[in-house]
Design a binder for this molecule. Sequence first.
Ligand SMILES: Cc1ncc(COP(=O)(O)O)c(C=O)c1O
Length: 388
Amino acid sequence: MIDYRELQQQYEFDVYPKRDLVLVRGSGSRVWDSKGKEYLDCATGHGVASLGHCNEAVVAAVRAQVDRLITCPGTYYNDTRARLLEKLAAIAPGPLNRSFLCNSGAEAMEAALKFARITTGRTEFVCANRAFHGRTFGALSATFNPAYRQGFEPLVPGFRFVPYNNSDALTGAVTDETAAVILEVVQGEGGVHPADPDYLRSARRCCDERGALLILDEIQTGFCRTGRMFACMHAGVVPDMLCVAKAIAGGLPMGAVICGERIEVARGKHGSTFGGNPLCCAAACAAIDYMVEHRLDEQAAAKGTDLIQRIRDAALPIVREVRGLGLMIGIELRTRVKPYVLELLDRGVITLPSGTTVIRLLPPLTISDKDIDTVVNTLLDVLRNPSH
Ligand SMILES: Cc1ncc(COP(=O)(O)O)c(C=O)c1O
């Protein structure tokens, strides 16, 4: 039998810290490795497979589109793309109704940064401590963690950082030169920290007063993950640009910037060869229909509340805090989480670290109550009686 781990090691230019598994199949809340071992996936490819793996509606839509038209550049109109753009406008908050389509979260951030500069004629950005917005130069310039930045400087000039959830610090940093304030609604990579709704509202007010734009990065929080279609809806805050990706297309690569009326970019100033390709658009149409029909926002809210409560109720001394919104959950330990994440993996539950002390859970929003029981029981058992 071919050892795919060895084969990949031989030829991959590897930039990823690896788990020692070859994943070969997925269905719903489960994935299987090459040895046939089954896992409950509470990481969903970093929050991508919100509808579960190989969701039937997404698979059917991709199958139908793949025989019809796979690629179609932005210089032409396309039926499937038009349908997706209409759907995005329908589910987006307030008057956000025109989308730029791309292929990833970082690409959505890059576009938003360019759109902010050209719309306002200003050059500076205010971002948050602990923020994560991606790995490309612009997105990395808005990312706080020095470990991601070091070795790549000089980054794009004009970015400054202020403490998250501190309205005074934010208001003090926004000037007449600020093109945009950039915030996650729940910081994901930074440790699962939800924004205070009042903080978001004061960021909106401050941007309006100073003529700056508000960019919300909902790449991880979007598409029902936190219990609303978009997490900003909890606070009733409408940004000027909403950056999305991850769960948008049921597992296929896609990103988007959903823009409000203030955003103006002349034709020819930006673009993407693959952006808005009909195959991913078909997947996204099916994924969004599925989210709306199955009320995944309500499911995430109910399941998330239950999961958080059960972990809190266990009152384990090793747990410092349980935070989250909907099915985006962070369990902060009083110690490093890596051995616990590895032990959970060994016990058949895939989780994700967030920083060094937080276990992050991003299960499929479709996860069954029975699977939630298994996740909670395994998690509490590993936290109570670690064998490492
Ligand atoms: C909040 C946030 N923004 C941006 C990104 C970057 O997205 P991508 O990896 O698709 O470039 C991520 C990815 O984890 C993210 O969580």
